[in-house]
Every structure is written in C-alpha cells, then in structure tokens.
Write a protein that binds this ligand. Sequence first.
Ligand SMILES: Nc1nc2c(ncn2[C@@H]2O[C@H](COP(=O)(O)OP(=O)(O)O)[C@@H](O)[C@H]2O)c(=O)[nH]1
Ligand SMILES: [Mg+2]
Length: 319
Amino acid sequence: MFNNDINNIVNAAISGNRRALSRIISYVESDHAETSNIISSIKDRIWNAYRIGITGPPGAGKSTLTNELTKLFLSQNKKVAIVAVDPTSPFSGGALLGDRIRMNDIGTNNDVFIRSMATRGSLGGLSKKTNDVADILSAIGYDIVIIETVGVGQSELDIATTADTTIVAIVPESGDSIQAMKAGLMEIADLYVINKSDRPGAEMLQTALSAMLSLKNTRTNDWHPTILQTVATDSKGITEMMEEIFRHKIFLEKDDALQNKRARNAKLRVKEIVESILREDVWNEKRTNLLTEEISKVLEGKLSPYSLAFMIVNSFNKA
Ligand SMILES: Nc1nc2c(ncn2[C@@H]2O[C@H](COP(=O)(O)OP(=O)(O)O)[C@@H](O)[C@H]2O)c(=O)[nH]1
Ligand SMILES: [Mg+2]
C-alpha cells in the first residue's frame, strides 16, 4: 500500500467516515505491515484524547458503567470511543455480542464509536494493539477514549500503560478476596468503584479497602485514590464517578504530572516495539539454521546451551 492510500483512509476517517475508521483499526489489529506508517501519519494527534481505563473481574459491571459514563460525557458534547478488550473471548475483530447489545442505546449515536478486540488465543501483542487503536481513536477526533479490559492475568496491568486515569471496578462479593487483591492492581488504580452496591457488603468492602489504602506509603502530594459506590444499572453514583475522573485529570494536568505519566508509558511502549522488532529480526534463516545445526552438540555435551546462545548472538552482531 502506498502512503497516499493510508493518508486517504485516515483523512476519510477524520472527516467522519466510520467504515474508513473500522478499516484502519482492522489493519493494526491484524498486525498489518502498514501499522507503523498509519501511526506515523497521525503522530501529531495521538495525544489529543483523554484515556480512561476500566478494569476488574468479569461481570463486575464494567460495560454497564462504561455505558452510563458515556451517556454523561455525551451530554457534555464530548465524543467518546470505547475499546472493549477481552482476552478471554474467542472472537476477533467484530463486536462482542453481549457488550454490543447492552451498549445499544449509545451504540447508534454518531458521537460514539465502539470496538471490541479479542485475541486469537494469545495475549501477546494485545497491549501493543490496544495502544495503536487508542492512538487512532484519539487522532480521529474522539475527546475521550475508554478502554475496558477484563481483569485476568497481565491485561489488567497493561491497561495502566495506556490510560491516563485507571478505574478498578469491584463488587461487594470481592470482599473476601480483597486481602488477596494483587499488589499490582493496587498500584494502578486511580479510582476504585464498588459497583453493584445495591447488594450487601458494599460498606464493609469500602471500609476494608480504605483501611488497606491507608497502609500504602504515599507522599502528601501524591494522588490518593478515591473509593466510590455505584449501582450502574440504576445510574447511581455515575455523576460522582465522572467528577472523580475530572478531578484526577485536573490533578494530573497540574505540574506536568500528565506529561510525566505519558512519558513513562510511552517509554514502555517504545521498548516493547523495539523488542518486537529485534525478536522478529533475530530469528532469520541464518540464525535458525545455526540453531538447528548446532543443537546436537548441546545434546552430546560438547557445547553448553549458553555457548550456543552466545554463538547465535555474535552472529547477530556481525550481521
Ligand atoms: N445488581 C446489579 N447488577 C448490575 C449492576 N451493574 C451491572 N449489573 C449487571 O451485571 C451483569 C454484568 O454486567 P457487565 O456490565 O456486562 O459486566 P462486565 O463483564 O464487567 O462488563 C449484567 O447483567 C448487568 O446488568 C449493578 O450495579 N447492580
Ligand atoms: Mg464487559
């Protein structure tokens, strides 16, 4: 594909052509060779949107919260893009049916764009693709990009490397497991939302969580995560949730904290890209052959795995 074509599709997407936008997203999702050109062509616009990450266990109400939050943003004339990342879903590209149905009332709005992303059985590259898609949606002109990820394994931590504000959604039933809550999750949360607080146990969870948070070492100037109770299905607590997001945004925008956070995240991202380039580079035909040819010596005890690795690395340096 020529750069011209990419520019045409990107421009069409910017002027509101949703099919063009879907096409660009499909390119980066399928690891299309043009991904780097696509992102390069929008590089001066990728930071335009504010990025909100929402993570938590399956069924916590992340999609319902996102839906309600989006309605509020729309009432403030903001354009909202939603990326639903579900590594547990076997689907790819298209919409996750359940999410699509529930988000139906916002799904038909012209100022909302919803995209589901799933992996084909592997988690690898998902955070890279999520970043790419978030960049594209920012560049296209969405004011707010919301990224919903299911809190399983690494994906919940990855979200913090994309989001400006990270929300961790939990439910009263999480109370028992709150002690076991992963330290990593505690590090990334800017805002805790106890959803389904129409159910028993919300107060107890709030008390336990705030006790845990008070044990954390923080400096006075640090952001102190808030805990909110919501009932997403009744739109309860959603205004407060939005206000907290804006309060955090204002906090970050003071003293360059947002710039610093984005710089930290962008560094991780560039590192990840460098590693993927090197990884692809390293196992070319020559090195793959070298590995195949010499592996018998390792089995015969004539060459250590380390020596062979160094041989391969050195052939890399000479290449
Ligand atoms: N009782 C109650 N149910 C809720 C609430 N929020 C969401 N739900 C329901 O919980 C289920 C899972 O919600 P969903 O948003 O899909 O959760 P996700 O998997 O985290 O995205 C759905 O049936 C929702 O209607 C709430 O505040 N209270
Ligand atoms: Mg969901």
